[in-house]
Write a protein that binds this ligand. Structure first.
Ligand SMILES: Cc1ncc(COP(=O)(O)O)c(C=O)c1O
Length: 376
């Protein structure tokens, strides 16, 4: 082993990606969007979120997301403050009627199940687990009024197809925090597709968005009238009323809304979800193809059909210390390639959201090879 510190390793400039941000959230914000924000700032930042300027951005977001996801008539885009974690709590009050079923296959998918399990007014949830690096399947059951799926498990790099369990009558609610905008989805297969904009939508965190079917809206409205106590901040009925007016219940981060709308506009302008997902497909083909050819790197997810095209997890063999690898990359301006801390593997994790240039993913693999050579 070399005795030099990993951070002393110098990657030749011609190998480096044009942009070195590969984090899985917050993830790369396109410089063009930041410039557009700076250009608009004088009339936009520091203005009321109840007035036309900000509300028109929220309106653009709501209609743009309907277009991006080809939402059928009657679906509504609802938004509020607090990010996905807040939405889980809101769902325990306003979406789960009594009994939910959860697919649990990593850190994030387990969290919603834990939130429901801790909720005194709900029955204990059914939790179907599978080992990290795989995903389980939902099973239709009588008495389940909400099926909780996760489109992309960010902690492990596993993606699953969004599909209603055959014969199920409950709502299908999908955590799409790291999937929305980068993986294909058919709106007929979900009732609530919720996410936050710090990943594919290349903005900051702190906001949640939910595309809701008429059945989900009906559930929200019915539970609202049921007498169940709901904290106002977590009340999806209040969020729905405000969203219909293109505003949020309390003050949102205006820069986040703007960056989100810019990224969405960029996707729609270039061809929509199919175009955005194709960029992630290209990055994923590059990353997994490289790992499969490598003699020291292996895709963590063994089933190619379950490998995420937006979050790639690559195990390194014992000769290459992944922490040293990420430290060396970081010292060269290539950042946030660390694996998910609680997974505890000798692994790098690579964001491949649509905003990340597929050519930069190719450059990243060359950088990793260079560092691996220097480390071993
Ligand atoms: C799949 C998934 N769900 C939920 C969350 C939590 O989102 P937030 O930080 O917006 O609460 C994350 C964050 O990384 C995530 O990746």
């Amino acid at each position: 082993m070399s005795t030099a510190s990993p951070t002393d390793i110098r990657i030749p400039r011609d190998l480096l990606p044009a942009d070195g941000r590969f984090g899985c959230g917050p993830s790369k914000v396109r410089p063009e969007a930041v410039r557009a924000l700076a250009d608009a700032a004088g009339d936009y930042l520091g203005t009321s979120h109840r007035q036309k300027g900000v509300r028109s951005v929220v309106g653009r977001l709501r209609s743009g997301l309907s277009e991006l996801f080809s939402l059928p008539d009657g679906y509504e885009v609802v938004l509020g403050n607090g990010g996905t974690t807040c939405f889980w709590d809101a769902a325990t009050f306003c979406l789960v009627e009594r009994h939910s079923q959860h697919l649990s296959f990593g850190e994030f998918s387990s969290k919603f199940a834990a939130a429901v399990a801790a909720t005194p007014h709900l029955d204990a949830p059914e939790v179907i687990e599978s080992a990290p690096g795989t995903h389980p399947e939902a099973v239709a059951r009588e008495g389940v009024d909400l099926y909780a799926l996760t489109h992309n498990e960010t902690s492990t790099g596993v993606a699953m197809e969004v599909r209603r369990p055959a014969g199920a009558s409950g709502l299908v609610a999908v955590d799409a925090t790291s999937a929305a905008g980068g993986l294909r989805v058919d709106a007929a297969e979900f009732d609530c597709y919720y996410f936050a904009p710090q990943k594919c939508f290349a903005a900051d965190g702190g906001l949640w968005v939910a595309a809701c079917s008429p059945a989900a809206v009906e559930r929200i409205e019915r539970l609202r009238g049921s007498g169940r106590w709901v904290p106002a901040f977590l009340d999806l009925g209040i969020a729905l009323e405000n969203s219909r007016l293109d505003q949020t219940y309390n003050t949102p981060a205006l820069a986040t809304l703007f960056l989100f709308a810019e990224q969405l506009g960029w996707m729609l302008h270039n061809g929509g979800l199919e175009w955005a997902a194709s960029r992630s497909d290209r990055s994923a083909a590059t990353l997994y193809g490289w790992a499969e050819r490598s003699d020291y790197a292996t895709p963590f997810v063994t089933d190619p059909a379950q490998r995420s095209h937006v979050v790639g997890t690559i195990d390194l063999d014992a000769r290459i210390d992944a922490k040293a690898m990420s430290a060396a990359l970081r010292a060269n301006g290539v950042v946030d390639t660390d694996s998910y801390r609680k997974l505890g593997r000798n692994q790098v994790r690579i964001g491949m959201f649509p905003g990340i240039d597929p050519d930069d993913v190719a450059a990243l693999t060359a950088c990793i090879d260079h560092v691996a050579g220097a480390l071993s």
